[in-house]
Structures are given as structure tokens and as C-alpha cells.
Write a protein that binds this ligand. Structure first.
Ligand code: ADP
Length: 150
């Protein structure tokens, strides 16, 4: 069974994440969206809210589940028997950053990282831009699933 972990902060889930997750579905039997918990990081949305956005957005998709984890992503993958890490690439700087992590993860654990290129329509979207818009009372409706705005 092909199981992938899609790790991230998802603060909040955006249409960029949504696009990558949907395009990963034909490739894997199961996609676990795993929210990494970092005690030193400040988040705009609580962990419960971030889980809720993802659960509601994918409520009709049985291949997708949502979990949280602490520590190294590869250790979490081993724990739940996932052989793949899924990541999205938007631009060359994503690639440079992700490349070093993916090679390190493979050396540490043998786990392969599968990269999907974002679609052109969502390549400019990032959670940090969404947070900026929301913080300043702007309209983020073209960037996030509807549930995030409710
Ligand atoms: P992290 O804190 O690990 O960067 P994010 O929640 O920001 O977590 O992102 C999780 C994953 O989603 C990363 O692989 C990131 O590259 C990808 N991603 C974020 N936004 C987009 C987008 N607009 N298009 C494609 N992939 C994206």
C-alpha cells in the first residue's frame, strides 16, 4: 500500500495545498496530512482550527486523513509505516530548500520525497500571504478553501 505523509504547518490550509493534495490522490492509496507541532513557533490559527479546516475540506475523500506529530518527519513516517513524503514546489527557492531536506531524509531513513509542481493558478499562494491579508482585514477568498473564511 502506498502511503504518503504531507507534512506542514497549514496555518492555514490554502488552495495551493488543496491543489497538491488533490493531485497526489491518484498516486497514493493514502495521504496523511500531518501538522507538525513546533512549540517555539507562533501560529495564527490554533491547532484545532487547522485540523478542522482540513477535515471539513476533505470530508468526502476517504483516502485522506489528518494527524499531528512532533519531532522529525521521518520518525513519524516510520511510526505510521509511510514510505513517502509529499511536498509541493512553487519556485526555485522552494526547490533549493526542499532538496537538502529530501536528501537528508533519504540518507537518514530511506524515505523518498515526492515533489509535485504547483499548478500555475496557485503557484503564488502561500500561507504567510494569506495570514497577512487576514490580519489586515483583506479578502483572502481567492486563496483559501471557503471553510477557512467562516
Ligand atoms: P511548511 O511550514 O513546512 O513550509 P506549509 O504549510 O507552508 O508548511 O507547506 C506545506 C507544503 O505545501 C510544502 O511542501 C509547501 O511547499 C507546499 N505548498 C505551500 N503552498 C503551496 C502552493 N501554493 N503550491 C504548491 N505547494 C505549496
Amino acid at each position: 500500500m502506498k502511503k504518503a505523509v504531507f507534512p506542514g504547518s497549514f496555518d492555514p490550509l490554502t488552495l495551493g495545498h488543496f491543489d497538491i493534495i488533490n493531485r497526489a490522490l491518484p498516486l497514493f492509496d493514502e495521504v496523511v496530512i500531518a501538522i507538525g507541532i513546533n512549540a517555539d513557533k507562533e501560529y495564527m490559527f490554533s491547532l484545532e482550527q487547522r485540523i478542522d479546516f482540513i477535515k471539513k475540506t476533505f470530508q468526502n475523500e476517504p483516502k485522506i486523513s489528518v494527524t499531528t506529530y512532533k519531532g522529525l518527519t521521518v520518525n513519524y513516517c516510520k511510526e505510521i509505516n509511510a514510505d513517502f513524503i509529499l511536498r509541493g514546489l512553487r519556485n526555485p527557492s522552494d526547490f533549493e530548500f526542499e532538496k537538502a531536506i529530501a536528501i537528508t531524509n533519504r540518507k537518514l531513513s530511506g524515505i523518498e520525497t515526492v515533489f509535485l509542481l504547483t499548478s500555475a493558478e496557485t503557484s503564488y499562494i502561500s500561507s504567510s500571504i494569506v495570514r497577512d491579508i487576514i490580519r489586515n482585514n483583506g479578502d483572502a477568498s481567492i486563496l483559501v478553501p471557503k471553510i477557512v473564511l467562516q
